[in-house]
Structure formats: C-alpha cells, structure tokens
Write a protein that binds this ligand. Structure first.
Ligand code: SF4
Ligand code: SF4
Length: 399
C-alpha cells in the first residue's frame, strides 16, 4: 500500500471519477489523473463512481474562473468581459460565498478570481480568505494598477498571482493610460519582493505579436514563475474590436515555432491557452511534446467553467450561457445544462475537416468563441485553425 504522506504529499485531496480520481496537491502544487488501482493501493475506499458508466465528462470542473466583479477602472478597449466603471452590479459577499460553497461541495480544486478588477471590490480580502477557509485554492489575475499593502496582503492568500501585461513601456496598450506599464511593473516587483508566486498573462494580438519575445525576456529579468500567452478573443468589447486585433493567418501559422524558440532560449515557464491549440497542431507535434506543454484543447464545461459577476455560469469565460443558469444550482446543472452538454458533445458529430483530423480528441475543434464570432454557428469548426482555413479555401468558402 502506498501512503501519500510517505511520498511527500502532506497537503493533498482526492476527487473520485469514473476512471479513478484526480489527486490535487498544494505542496508541491499539481493535479494528477490517477486510476483506480493507484487509489486502492493508496488505501482509498471504493467509489460508487467506479461501478457506473463513464459519462464522458468529469464529475465537476477542476478549475472555475470566477469574475467576482464587473467593475474595472482601466477601460481597456478589448476587455473580454466588457467590464466598466460605476454601473456594475455584482453578487453580494454572501452570494459569492454561496457560489464558492457550491464549487467546494462539487469538489472543484482551484478558483481563478478575476473581474473586472478584483481589487476594486472592497470585500475582496473576505472572499480570498473564505476560499482558503473552505479548502479552495484561489489564484488571481489582476491588471496590476494598484499594489499597496492591502493588495499584497490579499495576494499572500493566493496560490499564484498573474498580472495582465501585453507590452512593455510605450508598447503597453491595453488601456493606453499614462503610467499604466510602470504601475504593472511596480506591482510585479512588489509581488516578487514579497515572495509571492507571480507571473504574466499576455494577450497576443496583431498589435503585440512582434514583441512577445521581449515580454518573455522581461518576465525573466523580473524572476517571474511563468508567462502565459492567451489568444485575443472575440468576447465582450473584444468582439467589437476583433477585426483590429485578431492575429493574421501568417501569425497563427508561425506562432508555435516562435513559442518553441522562446521556450528554448529563456529560463521561464511558458504556457499557452486552449484557444492556441489548432495553431500548435498545425505543426504536427508528437504526443510527448504535447505532454511537455501540458496542453488541452477546448475543455469548456469539463475541466473549465466560467462564472460571471452576475452569478451566471458558462462553459468558459469567453462564451455566454443564453439560458442564464445560476452557479448556485451548479450541482444539478452540471449534469443537466444543455449549454454545457453542447460543448461536451461537440466531438461526437464534428464537421470536416475536424472529423478527419488526427488531433480531434486533443483539440476538440478549436475555439468555440472564435467559431461563433465568424459563423454564428456553434457546430462549425474554428475558422482560424490553419487546417480549417485551407479546407474552406479549397471549398471556395474563403476568398
Ligand atoms: S471556447 Fe474553448 S478553446 Fe475557446 S477559450 Fe473557451 S474553453 Fe478555450
Ligand atoms: S482541423 Fe479541427 S480538430 Fe484539427 S486542429 Fe483544426 S480545429 Fe482542431
């Protein structure tokens, strides 16, 4: 019998799944998919889930992205949440706690707190503390425009804090206000000085594509834990500005070799988000390489869940749930929501060229937010995938 403590896992939790379970450790931090034999050997009792059919999705998300406020003073042109200033109406503290209780009861491990700008909620400290109290690991994405003693105190409760940064100095462009880069830079310096695990979220668009290596180099000079490159999405205000910000086909096709080159030359952990997976698959990477990047394609409504500041959940933060289902009812809705089901079932009847694509089970047809933007059709494949683009060109559907 394997004993978790004897292998150095003093702070861990297991959630049963039909295939076995998910092991979550906070020290060292990781999530691992383990089979039934592993759990039996570790002394865990049998789960009723081990005697049911695999439903094809997890018993709960592993991570929920919770926008705890719609409020944000930055006013960035491409904000994926369409966050704003004084008019925002958010859940009350008690309602936020009730949503967090629901997530904990379902067995969610991580909650990525964001907004809007989470620091603009006066009760953010109570929310962060409550996550820890009930055993959820909170992580934070912030614009880094304020990082005083209060904010550092809150950040100490986080597993990781990522500051949004899409360019350096005069290339910092998310809101274009004087001093914004300097404030984000100061925030990162303070986080590092306080010994808090910090990184950068860099939204990649046509505006900063030629600067992404500079941003990764900057992350190294600041001694940051990671930089995550996220594709600019047609969501919120970002939808209106998509023609101005979207990456070109040429950029999408050169993205993965460029990222490989950056990762090979710089000592910082590079991550890429789910919507970049078709850009990666275009280069036919071997399976071992995918494992190294720990990437998964569109996993909205399975590993991922988005929750808006209104309390409405959706399969991911970049998609709306037109049925406006409340996160307070997630324990039931997780299994019954038609919105979530459409995400999970997408690969069961995919259109070409995804149907014949070797990478379908990994990629899952690319980004639904991008497909909806271009085609107004949830069932269509991501037209920014180079394979899809070439297929559509052959069919004469693209000029
Ligand atoms: S729709 Fe899918 S691929 Fe796009 S951001 Fe959401 S989870 Fe990722
Ligand atoms: S063809 Fe479809 S499944 Fe294959 S990489 Fe492109 S979007 Fe993904």
């Amino acid at each position: 019998m394997r004993n978790m403590e004897s292998v150095g896992l003093s702070r861990h939790r297991v959630r049963y799944e039909s295939f076995g379970g998910i092991l979550s450790s906070t020290d060292p931090p990781f999530l691992a998919w383990v089979d039934r034999t592993f759990l039996r050997d570790a002394g865990y009792e049998e789960s009723p889930l081990w005697h049911t059919d695999d439903p094809g999705y997890l018993s709960a998300p592993t991570e929920a992205h919770f926008s705890i406020t719609e409020k944000c003073s930055s006013g960035c042109a491409g904000c994926y949440m369409d966050s704003c200033g004084e008019t925002a109406v958010d859940l009350s503290l008690e309602e936020v706690k009730a949503v967090l209780d629901t997530l904990r009861a379902m067995g969610v491990f991580h909650v990525a707190l964001g907004g809007g700008e989470a620091f603009e909620r006066p009760d953010f400290e109570d929310i962060a503390a409550y996550c820890r109290e009930i055993g959820l690991v909170p992580n934070l994405t912030t614009n880094g425009q304020r990082m005083g003693d209060r904010e550092i105190g809150i950040c100490r409760m986080m597993g990781q804090v990522n500051v949004s940064l899409d360019g350096l100095e005069s290339h910092y462009g998310v809101n274009g206000r004087a001093g914004s880069f300097e404030r984000a830079d100061q925030a990162l310096r303070k986080l590092r000085a306080a010994g808090i695990a910090a990184g950068i979220n860099c939204v990649v668009s046509v505006k900063n594509y030629s600067h992404i290596k500079d941003i990764a180099e900057y992350a190294c000079t600041r001694g940051l834990a990671e930089i995550e490159f996220l594709k600019y999405k047609p969501s919120g205000r970002g939808k209106d500005r998509y023609p101005d910000f979207a990456l070109s086909q040429e950029m999408i096709r050169s993205f993965y070799p460029r990222i490989q080159e950056i990762a090979a030359s710089l000592p910082v952990e590079i991550k890429i988000d789910c919507s970049f997976i078709p850009a990666m698959m275009y280069h036919h990477p071997p399976l071992e390489e995918l494992e190294k990047w720990a990437v998964a394609g569109c996993d909205g409504g399975n590993m991922l869940l988005g929750i808006r500041s209104s309390g409405v959940f959706s399969a991911c933060s970049f998609i709306s749930n037109n049925d406006a289902e409340s996160a307070l009812s997630l324990k039931t809705h997780w299994h019954t929501s038609a919105h979530l089901s459409r995400f999970r079932r997408w690969t069961q009847n995919p259109p070409e060229p995804c149907a014949s694509c070797t990478y379908l089970t990994i990629c899952r047809g690319g980004c639904r937010a991008v497909a909806l933007y271009y085609n107004h059709d949830f069932s269509s494949p991501d037209p920014e995938c180079p394979f899809v683009y070439d297929y559509m060109c052959c069919k004469g559907a693209l000029k």
